[in-house]
Design a protein around this ligand. Structure first.
Ligand code: NAD
Length: 503
């Protein structure tokens, strides 16, 4: 497949969107294919409401074929027993090909999800490339162990792949969430069956095709598109899948564990939702805090698992913070056409998500919070799925809008007395994904990092990350860790080998 140059303007992006040949098939056992039962579903562009293509809708039959191919490839050792450096070469070529196809990935995730092309080119694609590279480079640095045991024996621990891994991912960062899991799963030598969200199946198929082009053998990486209740459930309940790596909502994460319990006790790691606190203390650098807090809640339309949606501000700076926050939001985030490189905020992914976010906004008003900004469609975009950056103030931590994950551009400001008060509110949540504290007091920052119930903590920043930093939550935000070396361990298992030496 030849890569495309990056379009330079809105007109060029629209020309590309109009002329692109959208692939509607899935990718199983090294080849593009339609669903065995012939089913299809419409992929709809949330920015226009227009149907882009009728996608193949995989079912249990397709999942079973993909799993069988994955098991065959695993047993034959075409990938699982490749010398580490050979596997690394393929994954590094795969990463290069992803980078070379940046325009196509940006187009596909933008037209299916409403994601801005600027966000795709500035973050999603480079981050995907970096994470595949990181996993590839780690392949020959992962070690087993020799333990110190009886002199009459040699005992060593092998670290081996799990076998067939099912990956089930959401729509909010379609190709990136897939790559966060594909990197470590493939690096460790597993075979993979990927089930993307139904809203966003196209970039997953492109990933599988590029893996094949990079030299990945047939059966090692298949994609089955389709609904969660059909293709997703079939994968998670499959008796010959050794692990499900899941990213998505808390209720569906719970189903993954149930399906594992009701099938073959497969491994399950979950990366679920959040209601992450940003704690702004009076001694902070207010300019930086405002800027980062705005990005923390409104980037990617607020459809971010770690969105800093509970903004807790020390009372003495509350009013000043609020005014600056509203001003900066107006300058940084205006919803618009996601194919325009100047746009910073797209529409909600689909009608259902749009209705969910609107109903939370109505609930916030009903429960007595003050709507300080937004709350509806931006002017001129009333017919679409757009929602303006929205902010509630005078809210309480027990209000629905402060407790539930909204997954849209809706922030809630909670006044706090001091850090201890913020910490108490932060920890009174079922979630524990991200958290930030803004202060110049080093001791306070460390105490916060130690005591906050959260998988990730940022001090005087928000969202900073790279491939080395574990990504994941505690409590109902999940039990898995993406990226980092630990992720490679999570796609492998140990085997204990005890040798009697005699003598
Ligand atoms: P979702 O849980 O509805 O769906 C996630 C995936 O699960 C999709 O592929 C879907 O088709 C599949 N699925 C749905 N029902 C299923 C079933 N019964 N059996 C098997 N599979 C099923 O989530 P979503 O709406 O796509 O994504 C939004 C959620 O993802 C938010 O809660 C967000 O916080 C979370 N998320 C978490 C992280 C993280 O790293 N912690 C990252 C991104 C998104």
């Amino acid at each position: 497949m030849t890569s495309r140059p990056i379009p330079a303007s809105k007109t060029e992006w629209h020309a590309l969107a109009a002329s692109h040949a959208y692939e509607t098939r899935m990718f199983i056992d090294g080849a593009l294919c339609d669903a065995a039962a012939g089913g299809r579903y419409d992929s709809v562009n949330p920015a226009t409401g227009q149907v882009i293509a009728a996608m193949a809708a995989g079912t249990a039959e397709d999942v079973d074929r993909a799993v069988k191919a994955a098991r065959r490839a695993f047993r034959e050792g075409v990938w699982s027993r490749l010398p580490p450096r050979a596997r690394m070469d393929v994954l590094l070529r795969f990463a290069d090909l992803i980078g070379a196809h940046a325009a196509e990935f940006a187009l596909l995730d933008s037209v299916e999800m409403g994601k801005t092309v600027s966000g795709m080119l500035g973050f999603d694609v480079p981050s995907a490339v970096a994470n595949i590279r990181f996993a590839a480079e780690a392949i020959d640095k992962i070690e087993g162990a020799v333990t110190n045991t009886d002199p009459g024996a040699l005992h060593y621990v092998l670290r081996q792949p799990l076998g067939v891994v099912g990956l089930i991912v959401p729509w909010n960062y379609p190709m990136l969430m897939a790559c966060w899991k594909l990197g470590p799963a493939l690096a460790m030598g597993n075979s993979v069956v990927l089930k993307p969200a139904q809203q966003t199946g196209m970039s997953a198929v492109l990933l599988a095709r590029l893996f094949a082009e990079a030299g990945g053998p047939a059966g090692v990486f298949s994609v089955v598109n389709g609904s969660g209740s059909d293709a997703g459930q079939a994968l998670a309940r499959h008796m010959d899948v050794d692990k499900i790596g899941f990213t998505g909502s808390v209720p569906v994460g719970g189903l993954m564990m149930r399906y594992a319990g009701e099938s073959n006790l497969k491994h399950v790691t979950t990366e679920c939702g959040g209601k992450s606190p940003q704690i702004i203390l009076a001694d902070c650098d207010l300019d930086r805090a405002v800027e980062n807090a705005v990005h923390g809640i409104y980037s990617n339309q607020g459809e971010v698992c770690a969105a800093g949606s509970r903004i807790m501000v020390e009372r003495s700076i509350h009013d000043e913070f609020l005014q600056r926050f509203i001003d900066r939001t107006a300058a940084l985030y205006q919803p618009g056409d996601p194919l325009d490189p100047a746009t910073s905020m797209g529409p909600m992914v689909d009608g259902r998500q749009h209705r969910t976010v609107c109903s939370y906004i109505a609930k916030g008003r009903e429960e007595g919070a003050h709507l300080a900004m937004g709350g509806g469609a931006p002017e001129g975009l009333e017919d679409g799925l757009y929602i303006s950056p929205t902010l509630f103030t005078e809210a309480r931590n027990d209000m629905t809008i402060a407790a539930h994950e909204i997954f849209g551009p809706v922030g809630v400001v909670l006044p706090i007395r001091d850090m201890e008060h913020g910490l108490e509110l932060a920890n009174s949540s079922i979630f524990g994904l991200g958290a930030s504290v803004w202060t110049r007091d080093l001791g306070r920052a460390h105490r916060f990092a130690r005591d906050v119930e959260s998988g990730m903590v940022w001090v005087n920043t928000y969202f900073d990350r790279d491939a080395t930093a574990p990504w994941g939550g505690v409590k109902q935000s999940g039990n898995g860790r993406d990226k980092c070396l630990e992720a490679l361990h999570q796609y492998s298992q140990t085997k204990s080998v005890w040798i009697h030496l005699g003598g």
